[in-house]
Design a protein around this ligand. Structure first.
Ligand code: ARG
Length: 585
């Protein structure tokens, strides 16, 4: 189905054309003055310049043509040259019916099915997830679901940091604390015992080893040597690394699961290892790789750069491969193995320079052909009330699992004392409300913007919150259940009886465009906002009408249909956002 605005733009464009003007002037928007009309077109202003006529004259001519169209209840050309449009009730009901019966519930479908590799999450093994990993994970998950819903093939890859110095540091420290294992000294045989590693141990070892390496030169050198040996697949280090990776993945999976974040591929930097040589060869062939102070680098500066873009470092002086090298090799892998036509990275904006270097080097080397899109979709940071990246009370970086537990606990306290919520066992409800609070509170912000984390506000039953949207859904559920209407019942719109129906239908009919905007900007916040707006429109409607007590059958059928459609649209959007709704509270 065609979204209403797109359809209106066509109709109004044709009217411009029939008056002898450019059809491109017909772009229609939702009205800025909903008290006057539902939609408006401002094309007469641009037309006035093009055709040297007063805008009001053009608006009047076009409006006269449109007034003949049964699509509209009212069309006016008004001073100084706006075209105000209001749909006829029949047209609104017809469009709502089409939306409700569309197999994609109005989500515009892509014309060119792409294969998108979405790189998000970006956790590092041997280090616990911290709150900096929240945004890339949940924004990436929402984009994955959104692009899939619009018809693309999307492969979500967690792309763990698992191949760099942090691993060398951890192994070097394990060697000190639990010496004597064959994995350290080159004599490892498959089946040999490995030092017993646990999550708690790993969480403590990395910061310790990282601090130690700054003071202890010999230790630091050992860690570097281990990293290089690991990258060259020394069997003992590989065996221990696999164990560390397994335990880390288990641990991080718990937090991702709570957040409804799932990945198709649990690859890491290490999975690019077999593509490193091919990537280096591609760079050599293009003659762009050269030695500089013992390192191997590629120049990526361009004449038009406003600020200097330093070279990409591919191999370090100690022979280790860099973060840039693994990202370049991973592009090769994604193009060759996964047939990616788009590779998107949901990663903190502070890595902007890194991706600029990586993308340029990959293009120069011919690793990323021109028809493959590479895009860094930067995310802003989650800040504390001081406007700086969120910290624990002690000033440290908060673990993601602690944040999730805190939210669940706070949700439990909130709902246990709330008049909105029925008595009962609230554990599972609290988890869902807590996660909805965090995710909605985050996703309502454009992904590029920073925001302030305020759990109290996010959990509130009032305002733009996940809790409010969840609560609204439970109210709709309860109406439908009491009316004996199944959630998947067909809609049955019979008429429009007041402006209340028109208001809510206008919101409903705008939803397909919201999807289009979210896709175009690759930004899930539009869906969040729309789900909230639908919830508000419904609450207003509910306040003014006694749906269950209504005795006029036509009204009641129509109102229940509005309940059904609003519910479906909110659920669809919440599902794409990866937010669980609840049946009742
Ligand atoms: N592990 C990285 C970090 O913690 C993020 C990885 C992002 N993805 C990528 N392909 N570089 O900073």
């Amino acid at each position: 189905m065609k979204p209403v605005l797109a359809h209106l733009t066509e109709v109004v464009g044709a009217a411009f054309a029939s008056c002898g003007y450019d059809a491109a002037l017909g772009t229609v928007h939702i009205s800025d003055r909903l008290d006057l009309c539902q939609y408006q077109c401002n094309g007469a202003f641009a037309g006035a310049k093009q055709y040297h006529k007063a805008p009001l004259v053009i608006a009047g001519e076009v409006a006269a043509v449109l007034a003949e169209n049964p699509l509209f209840a009212k069309v006016e050309g008004v001073r100084p040259g706006f075209i105000n449009l209001t749909l006829s009730d029949e047209a609104m009901l017809k469009a709502a019916f089409e939306l409700a019966t569309d197999e994609h519930l109005g989500i515009p479908q892509t014309e060119k099915p792409e294969t998108i590799v979405l790189d998000y999450g970006g956790p590092n093994i041997a280090k616990p997830l911290h709150i900096g990993h929240l945004r890339p994970a949940i924004i990436g998950e929402a984009l994955k679901r959104l692009m899939r819903a619009s018809g693309c093939k999307v492969i979500g890859d967690v792309h763990m940091g698992d191949w760099g110095l942090p691993i060398g540091l951890v192994i070097a420290e394990l060697e000190v604390r639990m010496p004597g294992y064959s994995c350290y000294n080159g004599t490892y045989q498959p089946g040999d015992p490995l030092p017993p590693v646990t999550t708690d141990l790993l969480n403590e070892v990395y910061p310790f080893a990282s601090a130690k390496s700054k003071e202890d030169k010999a230790f630091s050198e050992r860690a570097h040597a281990i990293t290089v040996a690991l990258q060259q697949h020394e069997p003992g280090f590989i065996a221990l690394w696999q164990e560390i990776r397994r335990i880390s993945v288990e641990d991080m999976s718990r937090s991702y699961k709570q957040l409804n974040v799932t990945f198709d591929l649990w690859y890491g930097e290490s999975n690019s290892a077999e593509y490193i040589d091919a990537a280096l060869n591609a760079m050599r062939e293009k003659d762009i790789l050269y030695k500089d102070n013992g390192a191997m680098i590629v120049d990526v500066a361009e004449d038009t750069d406003k600020s200097p873009v330093p070279p990409a470092i591919i191999i370090k002086t100690d022979g280790g491969v860099t973060y840039q090298a693994t990202d370049i090799a991973t592009i090769l892998q994604r193009v060759q193995e996964l047939n990616a036509t788009k590779i998107w990275y949901v990663v903190d904006f502070r890595q902007g320079l890194h991706f600029q270097q990586v993308f340029r080097a990959a293009r120069k080397a011919g690793i990323a052909p021109e028809n493959v899109e590479l895009a860094h979709l930067p995310n802003g940071t989650m800040n504390g009330s001081d406007g700086k990246p969120y910290k624990t009370r002690g000033g440290g970086v908060m673990r993601l699992s602690d944040l999730l537990d805190t939210a669940t606990q706070a949700a439990l306290e909130k709902i246990s004392g709330s008049s909105y919520v029925e008595e009962g066992n609230h554990e599972e409800l609290a988890r869902k409300v807590g996660m909805a609070a965090i995710k909605f509170g985050d996703l309502i912000n454009h992904r590029t913007k920073d925001y302030i984390f305020d759990l109290d506000k996010f959990l509130s039953f009032e305002g733009k919150t996940g809790t409010y949207v969840l609560y609204t859904v439970t109210r709709i559920n309860s109406i439908l259940k009491k009316a004996g209407v199944a959630y998947d019942a067909p809609v049955d719109f019979r008429g429009i009886y007041s402006d209340d129906e028109r208001d809510i239908l206008l919101k409903i009919l705008g939803t397909p465009e919201v999807f289009a905007t979210a896709v175009a900007e690759r930004a899930p916040n539009y869906l969040c906002e729309n789900a909230y707006q639908l919830a508000v429109a419904f609450s207003g409607f509910y306040h003014n009408h006694r749906i269950l007590a209504e005795t006029d059958e036509d009204k009641k059928a129509t109102w229940l249909s509005l309940c059904l459609l609003v519910r479906r649209l909110i659920l669809l959007q919440m599902d794409i956002l990866g937010i669980d709704t609840v049946e009742n509270m």
